[in-house]
Ligand binder design. Structure first.
Ligand code: ADP
Ligand code: MG
Length: 243
């Protein structure tokens, strides 16, 4: 499903991704953890070309490209394989919840309004927000906005969903509702890469944990392997610091 080989990215002199290899199977849920600045966001952003990687190869779903030479068509195709959920929701402020969800269906998938609305409402229902379909983002809580963003990500029926710290901008009392919605998606076996600081959540939902530091994958394994018996000193130190 996702196959990344030797991905590298540098910002000026700073090496941010230092030869990343990742394989994610269809339906697998992988949580990426690691200290701030270790390259987790850059990694997700490279997978949908929000950042352009310097070298390496990315294969997702039916798309594949070589970072050093790719056409606009290949880039477009790769972007269509994933949907991203950001820390700060990134909803269109001048569109209702429903319009946020249906936008891609109408623009990219060329769906009729009525058909898109039907799917959009069903997705809002799935995240418990059908009753907010006509509300604008500013009138919604952070948790509700993030749930709309998740419904929007699901709308394009992507091969994989990339979530970058989906709960870290939320007030503590709003975290649970968003994690609940993500859990429900996980149960449908949607392929997912999720950067998170919610270790209890990662342990519960992830098939595999990847620990990153300094642009490298330092260690990976099952939640039990990583949380209960980490082998690498840096993983051990990181886990000690946060608990
Ligand atoms: P993480 O998500 O693990 O906290 P990031 O991927 O956001 O880490 O950042 C990794 C490093 O790359 C950090 O040192 C950050 O300051 C730097 N960085 C990220 N984006 C940019 C950018 N657009 N320009 C320059 N440096 C960047
Ligand atoms: Mg980040």
């Amino acid at each position: 499903m996702i196959h990344v080989t030797n991905l590298r990215k540098q910002f000026k002199d700073l090496v941010v991704l230092d030869g990343i290899d990742i394989d994610v199977k269809q339906g697998e849920v992988v949580a990426i953890i690691g200290p701030s600045g270790s390259g987790k966001s850059t990694l997700l952003r490279c997978l949908n070309l929000l950042e352009s990687p310097d070298t390496g190869r990315i294969e997702i779903g039916q798309a594949a490209l070589d970072a050093q030479k790719y056409s606009r068509k290949e880039a477009h195709h790769l972007r269509q394989q994933t949907a991203m959920v950001f820390q700060n929701y990134n909803l269109f402020k001048n569109r209702t919840a429903l319009q946020n969800v249906t936008e891609s269906l109408i623009i990219t998938k060329k769906m009729k309004q009525s058909e898109a609305d039907k799917i959009g409402l069903a997705l809002l229902e799935q995240v418990g927000l059908a009753h907010k379909a006509d509300s604008y983002p500013i009138t919604l809580s952070g948790g509700q906005q993030q749930r709309v963003a998740i419904a929007r990500a699901l709308a394009v029926d992507p091969h994989a969903i990339l979530l970058d710290e989906p709960t870290s901008a939320l007030d503590p009392e709003l975290v649970a509702e968003v994690l609940q919605v993500i859990k429900a998606i996980v149960e449908k076996r949607t392929t997912m890469l999720i950067v998170t600081h919610e270790m209890a959540f990662a342990r519960q939902v992830a098939d595999r944990i990847i620990f990153m530091a300094d642009g490298k994958i330092v260690e990976q394994g099952t939640p039990e392997e990583i949380f209960d018996r980490p082998q690498n000193q840096r993983t051990q130190r990181f886990l000690q610091q946060i608990t």
